[in-house]
Design a protein around this ligand. Structure first.
Ligand code: ZN
Length: 321
């Protein structure tokens, strides 16, 4: 059965890099294995950044190597510059996501670059990829596309213009991220309608374009609502993090990305096939908890339990062939 929506688990990257403690490599690989067993076939597993800046990701190459042993898994990594992209490609990552910012304040704080300098770096990355690693898929990820904790509101036109520039520069896919959890469903609908008009939709099977999936944080509890709004206007790929791992440095006590377990429950309950087994997904919380004892694990569905009579889409439509 073909999945109606595609989920990319980003907890091993977005979640773990926001947690102050470092998860041991063996625990990371056990967790990835459990996520794969639950049916996840796309994961962002590591960041290729200097270990002195992000010791949580010092084992990035090792984690990518392990992820490549999991059958059928699309292995994605994040890298902020050419050096990182080269390291990710050497480790075997099939997709590299390169973060850029929609606000100058965030670009300066996060990348120590102006937006123009980050675009210039992206052009160098594309040139290198075209010559040295033509099979590598490059995704440009626009951070703080829905609002910035430093700048405040981010004009939609700024995001669309940057997305257009990055697509022209050679990005295979351009994604927008609600890094700060400031988005609302009306804004999400407007943003994706504009992006699809400008770049097309990467998930449009008839006429694939370049707009990538939704990446939202649940900082203010609107993660599911924003994913649903994105789905309603045609988005079919979603990033999510098991247990909402991560948090937000500007909002103490807030969870990180939209919770994978809740998102799978929502889509499956709507009759939209995710390819993910909810029971096995719940079981994958155990290796995560074991690797990060004491770390808060979020999620409404895991806390409340799967409701009586809930039927996953695989059961509704018979076993897959
Ligand atoms: Zn994020």
């Amino acid at each position: 059965m073909q999945a109606a929506v595609h989920l990319c688990e980003v907890g091993p990257r977005d979640g773990l890099q926001a947690v102050s403690r470092t998860m041991p490599t063996a625990d990371k690989t056990a967790w990835l294995k459990a996520l794969h067993a639950a049916g996840l076939r796309h994961m962002e597993v590591a960041s290729f950044v200097p270990a002195r800046l992000l010791p949580q990701m010092a084992d990035a190459a090792e984690v990518v190597a392990h992820a490549l042993t999991l059958p059928g898994l699309k292995v994605q990594a994040l890298a902020p510059n050419l050096k990182g992209v080269q390291a990710a490609a050497a480790a075997g990552a099939q997709v590299v996501s390169v973060p850029l910012s929609a606000s100058e304040a965030h670009a300066n704080a996060n990348l120590r670059k102006t937006i123009a300098q980050a675009v210039e770096e992206f052009r160098h990355i594309v040139a290198w990829r075209n010559e040295m690693a033509p099979a590598l898929q490059l995704e440009a990820g626009i951070s703080v596309a829905f609002g910035c904790s430093m700048q405040g509101a981010v004009p939609e036109d700024d995001v669309i213009r940057l997305a257009h520039t990055l697509a022209q520069a050679g990005a295979d896919v351009v994604g927008v991220a609600d890094t700060t959890g400031m988005a609302n469903p009306a804004q999400v609908r407007r943003m994706y309608r504009s992006l699809f008009a400008e770049l097309g939709n990467a998930d449009d099977e008839g006429r694939p374009g370049k707009t990538g999936g939704a990446h939202v944080h649940n900082t203010r509890g609107l993660g599911l609502a924003n994913c649903l709004a994105a789905y309603d206007v045609g988005v079919r790929s979603f990033d999510a993090s098991m247990a909402g791992l991560g948090g937000c440095p500007y909002a103490p006590g807030a969870s990180g990305n939209v919770v994978t377990e809740d998102l799978v429950f929502m889509f499956e309950a709507m009759g939209l096939h995710t390819g993910i087994n909810l029971d096995r997904l719940m079981a994958a919380r155990a290796p995560l908890a074991a690797g990060l004892p004491g770390e808060p694990l979020y999620g409404m569905t895991p806390e409340a339990g799967v409701p009586k009579g809930f039927m996953p889409t695989t059961a509704m439509q018979g076993p897959s062939t």
